[in-house]
Design a protein around this ligand. Structure first.
Ligand code: ATP
Ligand code: MG
Length: 406
């Protein structure tokens, strides 16, 4: 568990130590932005003139991790609750030939380090000792006015690293900022190129956007900029997007599968939804959930008149909370969800009584192995749930009858 105050203290201590050793050092990027917005930063990044070897020597090998040392990044580990601080040497990025990563990095100055960052609001430094913001890129004004603006020429910056296209939408939506005109034009123009970014990384951005309470705005921007055509083409049918936005807006802190299902349920079938999940390399568990939600959306239409044996497997399924949340968001005030919630209040032995018979029982009484097994067990289970039978003997009797029928 991270404690915001401990994280902050560690980040101050890291800067102090670098300064005492004679190096320039500041908080950098997202943490400066978040503090100026009055939000607690998720984590702290420090930018410094010290090179990785010097950083490691200063903080000691035991307190540091050097996984990113080639890019000038050393992680300094803090005490309990403080997490870690990413300490990065000021750098300039060389050419980006793959549309995602710089070919190499060169250590340089604070000013050049600000210029290689993506958006002005992410290009600020802060000196926590002097309590002073260092702004080479006009980020403070943009932050005050609520403007998301690329640093430098937008087209060039998006061409270097296409992930920035999605980051633009994410920051604009989650911060409630408007995208500056030239930056927005560049996002629109280059949207289709987002596909050079790995599906896993795209999914990571989508996950963050949909987890945010600004998820409807994020989706609106994705569709509006053309990014949705490339990352989630299922969504762009030519139909107005507003009804979908209203649905995802009504969700309360949805997990990723629920958020996805809430956009796709009226548009695609289970198989197509699973294909979308596979495209993003989601786990089977998440893909199964999305597929299940879409496949069962209509299954609750008749919840109040269904036999318990038909409804019970849905109500006891792992995804039921998501399914109910989906129906409530899609059909506000729908009585079926409330009805199912009342069923979920039943005591466990009523909701999901232990089966009267198992495969072993069938084996014992000499039912030949085969597809019939499942069929018989299902019939017995249904009769039990519908309270047509109550005991093991009645269950065996039923099996006997069913065997004679066939
Ligand atoms: P979040 O709250 O999502 O963590 P963040 O701004 O801290 O937002 P990070 O991905 O943690 O984002 O990156 C930290 C900083 O590194 C950013 O603020 C930005 O200055 C810089 N940065 C990150 N990714 C890029 C990128 N793709 N291109 C340019 N600069 C980037
Ligand atoms: Mg961050």
């Amino acid at each position: 568990m991270l404690i915001p105050e401990n994280q902050r203290e560690l980040a101050v201590e890291v800067v102090e130590k670098l300064r005492t050793a004679g190096f320039e050092a500041y908080w950098a990027g997202g943490c400066v932005r978040d503090r100026l917005l009055g939000r607690a930063p998720k984590d702290y990044d420090v930018a410094t003139g010290a090179v990785p070897d010097e950083i490691r020597r200063l903080f000691g090998r035991r307190r540091t991790l050097a996984i990113g040392a080639a890019f000038g990044v050393i992680h300094v580990l803090g005490p309990k609750g403080a997490g870690q601080v990413e300490v990065a040497t000021f750098r300039r990025d060389a050419a980006y030939s793959d549309g995602r990563h710089p070919d190499s990095v060169t250590f340089s100055s604070a000013k050049e380090d600000a210029a290689r960052r993506d958006f002005t609001i992410n290009g600020l430094f802060y000196d926590p000792i002097a309590d002073e913001v260092i702004d080479f890129v006009g980020g403070r004004d943009d932050l005050q006015r609520g403007i998301l603006r690329a640093i430098g020429r937008p087209c060039e910056r998006f061409a270097e690293d296409k992930l920035r296209l999605l980051r633009a939408v994410r920051f604009a939506a989650t911060l409630g900022f408007s995208i500056e005109a030239e930056t927005l034009e560049a996002v629109r123009k280059m949207a289709a190129e987002i596909t050079v970014v790995s599906p896993e990384r795209i999914a990571m951005e989508m996950r963050e956007m949909l987890a945010s309470s600004a998820r409807a705005e994020a989706v609106r921007l994705l569709v509006d900029t053309g990014l949705a055509d490339a990352v989630l083409p299922e969504l762009t049918t030519g139909e107005p997007i507003e009804p979908i936005l209203a649905v995802i807006n009504r969700l309360d802190r949805p997990g990723f599968p629920l958020a996805l299902a809430s956009m796709l349920y009226g548009l695609v079938d289970t198989a197509a939804a699973r294909r979308a999940c596979n495209r993003w390399r989601l786990s089977n568990k998440e893909a199964d959930r999305v597929g299940w939600l879409i496949g069962h959306f209509d299954a609750l239409d008749d919840a109040r008149s269904m036999r318990w044996s038909a409804l019970q497997p849905i109500v006891v399924a792992e995804g039921i909370e998501d399914l109910l949340a989906l129906r409530e968001a899609a059909l506000p005030g729908c009585p079926e969800a409330a009805y199912c919630r009342s069923l979920l209040e039943r005591p466990p032995e009523k909701l999901s009584p232990p089966p009267l018979l198992t495969g072993d029982d069938l084996h014992e009484i000499g039912v030949p192995q085969g597809p019939k097994y499942r069929l018989l067990l299902d019939r017995v289970r249904a009769a039990q749930l519908d309270e047509e039978i109550h005991t093991r003997d009645e269950a065996l009797e039923l099996v006997d009858r069913l065997m004679k029928e066939t």
